[in-house]
Ligand binder design. Structure first.
Ligand code: SF4
Length: 287
């Protein structure tokens, strides 16, 4: 079944469901169905400050740390609720009841960067154990990351655990040059560290590159930036890394910065065509 971005349940990216702190359901186009998100940043911390970020950091987060016991209980409750049909009765989810009983993935995502949590491997272990308890053999474990923390020891252990349990690694790369990276992602982390982390991670296992392209002051990504971006992807592949595919998308809603705006479907596809031609990689677009 094709998941449409016209559905209200797909447009709703809320990470709050009932009174749960760590866990939330979404119908995701990229997951092609129900994704159970685990918010490892209820404190809203991130080491990026993307111009398109939708996290409201003016209001305080719902918790300062990740309570593993509560996280486990919430995950068990939500999975059972979905499997038994409760989610199918909820507003928006009742548009697509047939999608709510099959859990396509459990995704580490949230209101910040999941790899910033100090005990990432312990968080993964909880998800692995709950997934096994429910016999969810085909449900994937997805990490959605800005790649800045992929070199941390606890994260590396978590990645290995994920890999042994249907792991998928969706790693952000929005730029080809340090300058553009500073403009769009506004991070204090060096661009070369991001690139080194991507290479090391992709050498160990296939990764998916997630790239958000947008207009800055009305201008699409300059040709030299696209060329540099493709060069970074080619560097990873030529360095022995495996990129399973590239997900190219654009902003879905108005961004906090009025000068950062969405691409049309045609503009996004034109960039995807260039990436395919310059890298030979599979590129999917999500406008
Ligand atoms: S990496 Fe994600 S959470 Fe962090 S600033 Fe960027 S969009 Fe927001």
């Amino acid at each position: 079944m094709i998941v449409s971005n016209q559905w209200a349940v797909v447009q709703d990216h809320s990470r709050v469901f009932q009174d749960l702190v760590y866990v939330y359901p979404v119908i995701s186009r990229r997951s092609r169905g129900l994704s159970i998100g685990i918010n490892l940043n209820p404190d809203k911390r991130c080491n990026f400050d993307c111009v398109y970020c939708e996290v409201d950091r003016k209001t305080p987060g719902r918790a300062l740390t990740v309570d593993l016991i509560q996280m486990r209980e919430e995950l068990i409750w939500l999975i059972r609720y979905a499997l038994e049909g409760g989610l199918a009765t909820q507003p928006k989810f009742n548009e697509v009841p047939e999608l709510t009983r099959q859990i396509r993935d459990i995704a580490f995502s949230g209101d910040g960067e999941p790899t910033m949590v100090p005990n990432f491997d312990a968080c993964v272990r909880v998800a692995v154990e709950v997934k096994r308890e429910f016999g969810l053999a085909t449900t994937q474990l997805v990490l959605i990351t800005d790649s800045a923390g992929l070199d941390k020891a606890s994260v590396k252990r978590g990645l290995e655990l994920m890999e042994a349990n249907q792991g998928e690694f969706w790693c952000k790369l929005d730029a080809g040059t340090e300058e553009y990276y500073r403009l769009v992602n506004r991070s204090f982390v060096k661009f070369e560290r991001i690139l080194a982390n991507l290479l090391e991670t992709a050498r160990a296992r296939p990764i998916v590159i997630q790239s958000l392209f947008l207009k800055i002051n009305g201008a699409v990504l300059p040709p030299e930036e696209i060329a540099a971006y493709c060069g970074r992807l080619n560097d990873i592949v030529q360095g022995g890394g495996r990129i399973r595919e590239v997900h190219a998308y654009t902003v879905a809603r108005p961004t906090p910065e009025p000068w950062a705006t969405r691409l049309s479907a045609g503009e996004l596809e034109a960039i995807a065509v260039q990436i395919r031609e310059r890298t030979g990689l599979k590129v999917l677009t999500f406008d």
